[in-house]
Each structure stands twice: as structure tokens, then as C-alpha cells.
Design a binder for this molecule. Structure first.
Ligand code: FES
Ligand SMILES: [Zn+2]
Length: 357
């Protein structure tokens, strides 16, 4: 058992080392001088780090005991595998699982409540990756897969994979935008293209943390990948902009305390209107008449889910569903008739479908 727990234990040393390295770079670049972080952010991310470390160890220990009791003959069954194929086998399965889990957290409301805290971060940083509720980590399928792979005898490959993932994840959450240099210099752009089409870059992941699509850079309902960008490309959720969002965080943020963010559903939010407050329910706000108005030049986000209380515009309530807003660019002030019943075939404009209701 002691030997078995070596994987998460050794991993922890590397994790701390990688975090220190990137943290030092962020500090040296002066990011913390201009930081607008509040004490709640520091507590949340600090405690979140230990939640992950403890959960990972518990999962690995549980797999060990369950495996020994139910399938003892499988213990170490793959230990003769060479490191490289074992590494590829472990990390590809891990990463595709994490892609779908993360995507599900944006598409299903009950899971969104455990991931929402990740998107409440108003700025990026090395510890942003540790903002998720304890439930999110406990049922994370790839953490269980890491335990299973270790049980099967792929411990060294799992360890190598965890270190590799840690470097990518820390670098993509960091405020050190190391990839910018590759986009600026023409000679380096082909290298950037190859890199970003295999692995996640800071700009790719920052785009996922951007507040909304209104900046034409962010897509919080896309770029779900953790280590490889392959899955986003394969499943149609990739958005490569090589730029960084103008703002981070939730569109509508009631300012929940770190306790409710991290311990939900054991602790719920006391903030009115919060998605993690007791008894909170999403309700549709559909109209029966179009909104006839005049729109000034600018970018608008048309609500397609119907949950926004700021109809017909998106307020971020679509998170936890398969909907996302439609970006509407108005080049010149004009009169419009915006659909509010969500039945139009020409969104965001009314096509008189409400008359059939
Ligand atoms: S609230 Fe964003 S699409 Fe409805
Ligand atoms: Zn997310």
C-alpha cells in the first residue's frame, strides 16, 4: 500500500516545484503588484489545492482496496509495458475523459454548480486551476482512471503523465503569457500553429476563462481541453484566436463566499440570486412579443437559452445548459425587432413565429 501511494506522493513534490517555478515568474513579472485579488480568492485557491491533493490520495487508496478485494489478479497486470506506450495509453485516456467531464460541467446544471467557482476567478494565476468544489474532484473520472492505471502496474507512466499535465495546466492558467512571443514573430508562427494544434496554450485556455464572447476572443462554452487541444478540434469546440480576453470571471457574479464555492452542497451561498443558494431554480423568461428597439453600434449577446432575466440579452444564465449566446455585431445604429419567444428561425430577429404560439 505504501508503495502504491508513492505515485500521488512523488507527484505532489513535482506539483509544488512546478507551481513555485511559475509563481516565481509571475512574481518577478510584477503580476501580484497590480493584482485585484481579495482574501477570499487566496483562501479558496489555497484550500482548493489541498482538497485536490487529499482527494487524489483518497481515490488512489480506494482503488487499491477495491481492486485488491474484487480483482486481485489484475494488480500489476500491465507492469511489463514499456514506459512510452504506457505513458501514451494513460495520458490520452485521461485527457479525453477530462475533456468530456469538463464539457459536461458546462452543459449540465448540477455539475456546473461544482465548476462555477473556477469561472468566478476575475484574474488568472497559477492557483486558478484549483478552484472547483470538493464534489467536482471526488467524481472526476480521470482521477479514478489514474488510480486504476496505477493498480494495473502503470505507476511510472501515471507519474510521468501527471508531471506533464501539471506543466501544461500551470502554464495555461498562469498570467505569464509565454506564447505571445510566438504569435508576434513571423518566423515563429508555424511553430505556434503546430504547438497549439496539439497542446493547450495560454491564449487557448484563457479564452475559456474570458467573461463572454462579446470580446470576439473568449468562449467560455468552448476550449474545454486540459492538456491536448485535439479533443476540442475533434468535437467542434476549439477556438484559436491567439489573443487574450479583455475580462475574466462570471457575467453575473453575486460574490459567493469561498466556503460555499468550495463546500457546496454542504455549505450553500447566502447571496441572493446565487446559483448555489438554497432553493435556487433556473426559470425561463420568454416573451410573446418581439422587442422593437433601436440598437447603437456595438456588440450584443443575444440570449438563446431563455434563462436570462435581462431578456433578450444574455446574462450568463446559459451555463449549465447546452446553449450559448449569439454574438450580434451592429455596425451602424438601426431599428430592430428582436425575438423574445426564442422560436424564430432568423435569430436574433423576429420572424413572426410568436404569432403561431
Ligand atoms: S443567458 Fe446566455 S444564452 Fe441565455
Ligand atoms: Zn470551464
Amino acid at each position: 500500500m505504501r508503495e502504491f501511494l508513492n505515485t500521488p506522493n512523488i507527484d505532489l513534490y513535482f506539483v509544488v516545484g512546478i507551481l513555485f517555478l511559475f509563481g516565481f515568474i509571475e512574481f518577478a513579472m510584477g503580476h501580484y503588484k497590480k493584482s485585484s485579488r481579495v482574501s477570499d480568492d487566496w483562501i479558496l485557491e489555497g484550500v482548493g489545492f489541498f482538497v485536490v491533493a487529499i482527494t487524489k490520495t483518497l481515490i488512489v487508496a480506494s482503488v487499491y482496496f477495491l481492486g485488491k478485494a474484487l480483482l486481485p489478479s489484475m494488480f500489476g497486470a500491465l507492469s511489463s509495458w514499456y514506459l512510452l506506450p504506457a505513458f501514451a495509453f494513460y495520458i490520452l485516456i485521461d485527457d479525453v475523459m477530462q475533456y468530456w467531464y469538463h464539457r459536461s460541467a458546462h452543459e449540465y446544471n448540477w455539475l456546473w454548480k461544482h465548476h462555477r467557482v473556477h469561472h468566478a476567478a476575475r484574474e488568472m494565476g497559477i492557483l486558478t486551476a484549483y478552484r472547483n468544489s470538493w464534489v467536482y474532484y471526488l467524481i472526476m473520472p480521470n482521477l479514478w482512471w489514474g488510480g486504476i492505471a496505477t493498480f494495473l502496474g502503470l505507476g511510472p507512466a501515471v507519474l510521468l503523465g501527471l508531471i506533464f499535465k501539471q506543466i501544461i495546466v500551470t502554464s495555461t492558467h498562469s498570467t505569464w503569457k509565454w506564447d505571445e512571443a510566438f504569435y508576434k514573430h513571423k518566423a515563429l508562427q508555424p511553430i505556434a500553429w503546430i504547438f497549439e494544434h496539439i497542446l493547450i496554450t495560454p491564449s487557448f485556455h484563457h479564452g475559456h476563462h474570458g467573461t463572454s464572447q462579446a470580446d470576439h476572443i473568449s468562449d467560455p462554452n468552448g476550449n474545454y481541453g486540459n492538456t491536448f487541444s485535439l479533443w476540442d478540434q475533434m468535437f467542434g469546440t476549439a477556438k484559436f484566436t491567439r489573443a487574450f480576453p479583455v475580462a475574466y470571471g462570471l457575467q453575473t457574479d453575486p460574490g459567493d463566499k469561498w466556503t460555499s464555492h468550495l463546500l457546496y452542497p454542504l455549505v450553500k451561498s447566502s447571496k441572493e440570486g446565487s446559483e448555489i443558494a438554497p432553493g435556487h431554480k433556473k426559470e425561463k423568461h420568454l416573451g410573446t412579443e418581439p422587442l422593437k428597439t433601436s440598437l447603437e453600434e456595438g456588440t450584443y449577446l443575444y440570449c438563446q437559452c431563455g434563462y436570462s432575466a435581462d431578456q433578450p440579452w444574455c446574462n450568463g444564465s446559459h451555463h449549465g445548459s447546452k446553449f450559448k449566446p449569439m454574438v450580434v455585431d451592429i455596425k451602424k445604429e438601426r431599428k430592430v425587432s428582436i425575438c423574445t419567444c426564442k422560436m424564430t428561425n432568423t435569430p436574433p430577429y423576429c420572424d413572426d413565429s410568436h404569432l403561431k404560439m
